[in-house]
Design a protein around this ligand. Structure first.
Ligand code: ATP
Ligand code: MG
Length: 538
């Protein structure tokens, strides 16, 4: 279990740095992390929470997030990761779907004030004693625990009221309880990014995520002296599993550069903390590489890191290796539902191999690529990727319909991604089934056109997707972010394409934008772009 793992690591490397959050002045070693986590777990049991109860966490990356991740697992609670960007409507949905008895929340996210948002849903809070909320709209919720340094608010616990528990009986109870937990117990409800629609709550166990964190740390060759900079959100599996659990399974140090992603803060932190590894989605690496002050930073301590979450343009990979010194950078492919990783590249493979695939299958995971009828396709052909193994979720929480669509009776997870496997077992992600467009009977994979356009010197970033068309069914549309100072127009883009790619792939619509609609995990939401275009063309 996760609690047991942390105890073993703390016994082995007690004075090794475990967690560094410069913005909060936090710098603790493994013995301290272990002790603090036990007290927080005891504090939560003392509130009356019991094994199996759901506890929500609604916050950007803070030290307390990491403490909650380990303390809730140690207390046998199910941690519910709530997207920091949620407002009242989505918060109500997430809390009630999972039946949270407690909610740990930050003070704010950007312009949204969390206590005010919660008060809209639960006006009863202002009149209630902490721990005794009875709200008509949030019927299961009893406890609200507030993070941050500001004064206590009516009806809420302060985080430290819970975390600084010294009650001997509760502390003893935590130790006994931890040994009764089973690795297959649900400990986490993690929402998917919401790239293709509304997020789904994947239910994951200790076994699911501890092992994935361990194996990915092995692949990255993490050692106790490594310091991993984690700008990706903890509320998502990228942060909490590939970041936090990869570190803790290897005694390495988690370094948190700030609450949300900021290119400059990340570069500064890597330099100041002498980080050896750095995670990010491609859009984050692009933002760092493009930053006007990039050249000021000494990033020579970097060695590795994971780039994942969406297609990784070849050119970005090359620059991450040459300009950021991450010559062992690992590409990983995964999804929340599979804890998350199913494929990753090997640092020993030549760069050429690493840039054009997501590597080979993850240990103890089975994969297959099937056609529309569910038949395995010959090697090299494109079909839907399916995965099976220890890492597959138990299901979507209280959602038998979407669970049945995703997980079949034989345990295969239908990823919804199009992929190919070559003779040597290297996998290429061709795109999402939902993103593939069919124009006049031709299958078009937007990714291919994006990779091609990415090679244009005036194009900083590009997204290609299908829009409805009366004549051809669908037409190709490209949204482009120009490089600073570049003078590029739509006709030039089309001419550039016409000379080099098949006529049916040439974007009929070309738009220039400042930014793309994005999830806070940094993924581009094509379905929203499609909606904008469909409205404009209607
Ligand atoms: P939702 O399921 O809510 O629409 P999402 O699928 O983006 O959102 P996640 O679970 O965060 O939610 O992301 C998993 C998906 O991300 C994969 O199914 C795949 O489409 C994409 N992905 C992950 N890693 C890679 C990669 N290395 N290359 C290409 N695509 C990737
Ligand atoms: Mg998905």
């Amino acid at each position: 279990t996760i609690g047991g793992l942390l105890a073993r690591i703390a016994a082995r490397w007690p004075d090794h740095p475990a967690l560094v959050v410069p913005a909060q002045g936090v710098r603790i070693d493994y013995a301290t992390l272990d002790a603090v986590v036990t007290r927080l777990a005891a504090g939560m049991l003392k509130l009356g929470l019991e094994a199996g109860d759901r506890i929500g966490i609604w916050s950007l990356n803070r030290a307390e997030w990491v403490l909650m991740q380990f303390a809730s697992a140690r207390a046998g609670l199910v941690l519910v990761n709530i997207n920091p960007a949620y407002r009242s409507h989505e918060l109500e949905y997430a809390l009630n779907l999972s039946g949270c008895r407690a909610l740990v929340m930050a003070q704010r996210f950007k312009s949204s004030d969390y206590p005010a948002t919660l008060a809209q849903l639960a006006p009863e809070l202002a009149e209630s004693t902490p721990g005794e909320l009875h709200s008509a709209r949030l019927p299961a919720l009893r406890h609200v625990i507030l993070l941050g340094d500001e004064a206590a608010l009516p009806g809420m616990w302060r985080f430290n009221d819970v975390a600084l528990c010294r009650d001997a009986a509760a502390l003893a109870h935590v130790r006994v309880l931890q040994d009764t937990l089973h690795p297959n117990d649900a400990i986490n409800i993690q929402f998917t990014s919401g790239t293709t629609g509304s997020p789904k709550g994947a239910t994951l166990s200790h076994r699911n995520i501890v092992n994935n964190g361990y194996f990915i740390g092995e692949q990255m060759r993490l050692r106790p002296r490594d310091r991993l900079c984690i700008p990706v959100p903890f509320y998502h599996c990228f942060g909490m599993v590939l970041g936090n659990l990869a570190c803790v399974t290897h005694g390495a140090c988690m370094v948190v550069p700030g609450e949300g992603f900021d290119a400059l803060a990340t570069l500064q932190t890597v330099q100041a903390e002498r980080c050896t590894a750095l995670h990010g989605v491609p859009t984050m690496f692009i933002a760092m590489l493009e930053h006007p002050r990039f050249a000021e930073f000494d990033l020579s301590t970097l060695r590795t890191g994971i780039m994942a979450g969406s297609p990784c343009p070849v050119e970005v990979m090359r620059q991450v290796v040459s300009r950021m010194h991450m010559d062992q950078v690992t590409i990983a492919y995964g999804m929340t539902e599979t804890s998350p990783v199913s494929f990753q590249t090997n640092p020993d493979d030549p760069l050429e191999r690493r840039v054009d695939s997501v590597g080979r299958v993850h240990p103890h995971v089975e994969v297959r690529i099937v056609d529309e009828e569910g038949r395995v396709v010959p090697r090299g052909e494109t079909g839907e990727l399916q995965t099976r193994g220890y890492s597959v979720m138990r299901g979507y929480w209280h959602d038998p319909v979407r669970t049945a669509e995703a997980l079949d009776a034989e345990g295969w997870m239908h990823t919804g991604d199009l992929a190919t496997l070559d003779e040597d077992g290297y996998c290429r992600i061709v795109g999402r089934l939902k993103d593939m467009l069919i124009r006049g009977g031709e299958n078009i994979y937007p990714r291919e056109i994006e990779e091609f356009l990415y090679g244009h010197p005036d194009i900083a970033d590009v997204q290609v997707f299908g829009v409805p068309d009366d004549k051809f069914g669908e037409e190709v549309c490209a949204w482009i972010r120009r490089r600073e100072g570049a003078q590029l127009d739509a006709e030039t883009v089309r001419d550039y394409c016409r000379a080099r790619i098949a006529y049916y792939k040439v974007p009929r619509y070309v738009e220039f934008v400042e930014e793309f609609p994005m999830t806070i995990t940094g993924k581009v939401q094509k379905y929203l772009m499609r909606e904008v275009m469909a409205e404009r063309l209607a």
